[in-house]
Design a protein around this ligand. Structure first.
Ligand code: GLN
Length: 385
């Protein structure tokens, strides 16, 4: 086996889903909705079953899919995006991130990653040969020291990964924060690789700003995104990256040899979603705002302390008061999560899988669930003691 496969573990997020399924728990670990995608998208998939396409699309994405993407994301980024030269359609946001990293990193290059971080970035760095430099996000507001970012660039970091809104802490980076990061990326001629899959799950009064929309930033940004969360189709594995033509030309090659392409009939069906009016995104935001408020109210009622996410559908819960009980003496957060699945029937992700720092007192739950499931999850969590 290669040395590199010995340097990272399987995904703890996906592992928790498997254990959850094994015990029939309510799965609030890996984030995905338990409700259907919009009917129009399901109907389009049914049509595609007969009308096709069933063969390969163009490797970097079907033409109509890229055109629809260019229209939608062009509005968000505030410029005309050329669907021929500035977009690669990928197998999920996961491939978009991996492809971006492999496109810009040489073995030994440094890449900055905020901690806590979505666990894929660690493996992305290892697989692309890059060495991560971790920049702490400091609770409660998950702020960061811009001087550390500058230091990272001075040490030669080729890129900084910005997950915005941020998994798992729910931070929405402000325009000022993004501008400060962006100015440094320009100054040191480096890239910002963004992961914006939760762009439409941003709660009042916060606003999502695309890094690529800031003055001078388009040429320094690789925007990675996905349709999974926005249209509730995580299993379709449709993602994409957008960037300047020169970078995208190279990314097309990486993507082609990794996967050839995303599923053609699914791209065809999802075009319908990309063409939804703006009201769809307003309603999605309203739906998740209600879910967030309902879930947090439930957590407050049963006395679990938590952060208040500005975006995403994740909440970090402080479990220190349980770990202090004799019954849980010596438990790691992972062991606590396994205990929770078996004895409480709710699956969470141990916080340690998101932090570079030693953190054992947090677990992550998500609230992309129907109201009844949230009620039952809160009921079960109330038995924690
Ligand atoms: N982003 C989701 C999470 O953190 C999962 C995505 C995935 O597993 N590919 O739970």
């Amino acid at each position: 086996l290669s040395e590199r496969v010995g340097t990272f573990t399987d995904s703890v997020i996906r592992r928790m889903t498997r254990i959850s399924d094994e015990y029939g728990a309510i799965n609030l670990s890996q984030g995905f909705p338990d409700f259907d995608p919009p009917k129009e998208i399901m109907a389009a998939l049914a049509r595609a079953a007969y009308a096709g396409p069933h063969q390969y699309s163009i490797t970097f994405g079907a033409e109509n899919f890229r055109q629809a993407l260019a229209r939608k994301q062009g509005k968000a980024i505030g410029r005309t995006i050329d669907p021929e030269t500035e977009i690669v359609v990928t197998c999920g946001g996961t491939e978009a991130m991996m492809c971006a990293m492999m496109t810009i990193c040489n073995p030994g290059d440094k890449v900055m990653v905020f901690s806590p971080f979505y666990e894929n970035y660690g493996a992305d760095a290892i697989l692309s040969g890059a060495d991560p430099i971790y920049i702490p996000l400091v609770p409660p507001e998950y702020t960061f020291d811009i001087a550390l970012v500058e230091k990272g660039f001075q040490e030669g970091a080729k890129a900084i990964i910005v997950c915005n809104p941020s998994n798992p802490c729910g931070k929405v980076f402000s325009r000022e924060e993004l501008t400060a990061i962006g100015e440094l990326a320009v100054k040191y001629d480096a890239f910002v690789v963004t992961d914006e899959v939760y762009e439409h799950m941003v709660y009042e009064p916060y606003r999502h700003t695309c890094m690529a929309s800031l003055p001078g930033m388009y040429d320094h940004t690789i925007t990675c995104n996905s349709l999974s969360k926005t249209y509730s189709i995580t299993g379709w594995r449709l993602g994409y990256l957008i960037g300047p033509a020169e970078v995208v030309e190279a990314a097309k090659k990486v993507h082609d040899f990794l996967t050839v392409g995303a599923a053609a009939p699914l791209q065809e069906a999802a075009v319908v979603g990309l063409n939804f009016p703006d009201s769809y995104y307003e309603e999605l935001k309203e739906l998740y705002t209600q879910k967030r408020d309902y879930f947090l109210a439930g957590l407050d009622r049963i006395g679990l302390s938590h952060n208040v996410p500005q975006g995403t559908y994740f909440v970090l819960i402080d479990i220190q008061k349980f770990l202090d009980l004799p019954k849980f003496a010596g438990y790691t957060d992972l062991e606590f999560c396994e205990w929770m699945i078996k004895h409480i029937g709710v699956a969470a992700v141990p916080g340690s899988s998101f932090f570079k720092e030693e953190v054992n007192h947090l677990i992550r739950l998500h609230f992309a669930r129907e109201k009844e499931t949230i009620d039952e999850a809160i009921n079960r969590l109330s038995k924690l003691q």
